[in-house]
Design a protein around this ligand. Sequence first.
Ligand code: F0G
Length: 460
Amino acid sequence: MAEDPFRTIFEPFRIHSVEPMRITTWAERAAALAAAGYNLFELRAEDVLIDLLTDSGTGAMSAEQWAGVQRGNEAYAGSPSFRRFRAAVTGLFPFRHVLPTHQGRAAEKILFTVTGGPGRVIPNNTHFDTTRANIEFTGAQAVDLPIPEGLQPALRHSFKGNMDVAALHGLLAERAAAVPLVMLTVTNNSGGGQPVSMANIRAVREVCDQYRKPLFLDACRFAENAWFIKTREPGYADVPVADIVRQMAALADGMTMSAKKDPLANIGGWLALNDDSLAEQCRSLEILTEGFPTYGGLAGRDLEAIAQGLSECIDESYLRYRVRSIAYLGEALERAGVPVVVPFGGHAVSLDARALLTHLDPLHYPGQALACALYQEGGVRACEIGTVMFGLRPDGTEAPATMDLVRLAVPRRTYTQSHIDYVIEVVTRVAGRAGQLPGMRIVSQPRQLRHFTARFAPLD
Ligand code: F0G
């Protein structure tokens, strides 16, 4: 609608097939929480009403994506589905080599097995947890260099996901020989999907050029990032999203990708890069761990779904709805007085559990306490991103994370506005009794990535 006369931004799709939800009672949820050791990853998904644990692989595919699934060619080598996949990827990210992988972390595993190792350092605006874990697994060090504004939940900044360019400069001036590559995560997931500006990507590129270091994008949410550039950064309002994406790609030498986010697929990912000799080493490893380079751990039908999803996720009416629907949730919570990270990100709204549960010490896990209360109240599953996720150091000691957030990640094209209205009601009710929520203690935990399997108990 060119003249744009209406204020309502609606879901730009009709519902094509439906999945019933199961409504549970308070007592059933209390029992489910106790059985799960108060770890929401251990819940049965059927016991969750609105699942905001992650936006990863949980979106709804379109009719055209399902048609692609039917078209999938399952040849071991040389499948036309691979060529369609590669054409869709290089149409946006024109890197010379594209290696499909079963998901994003497999691309990370390959890249860092080749480039990491003891003594190496890999900077990022903020490493996602699997990226950090894959780097540390090789013995290398993962360093986060967010801008200081990115660490203050209540501070407004248009591009809170930016990298601290001066800090990158400082790191490279001191330890350039130890740095095999620089990464930038777009959008920056750890602060709730905060975008990175084109000016920041360009500034990081300039520092990389100065030290002759390749720049890799962790580009899971590139389309949402491009939409923020279009709507917030001067000079981009009239540039089509696809062109913004190509400009982002042109500043990088490669990328890791999870197709479970912006590309609207339920599984998949890729590693793409320009360097021939690095690509050769990565391809050899890919054959060992993922499969032949024309399928890389995926079925031909998955490659088709990704190819189609890539054309849908840069559609501007979709992106306008997507980003607006996240802001709708965030603004309602803000109006209700719930402390939230502002401005709102591309795929999630983050609740500031430390600011809401002021009676709890960070080592009593306010984020975990809040996330459990949201499930108990209304069957809403969210994800703690705080001291449980980041508080355990490699030497086994514990320290509070920089922030204790609870992320409400919104799956793509899956929930309607009334589902979100219900979530607003649940969060507001829990916030009303936040002062009475008990803290948590850990009953058992593994040494790495503890948030997935640790077991908790409420404090008396
Ligand atoms: N990078 C970022 C920025 C991510 O958010 C994720 C996954 C990955 C890499 C790894 O991709 O899951 O396909 O292996 N994030 C999900 C989340 C799991 O919930 O934010 P993957």
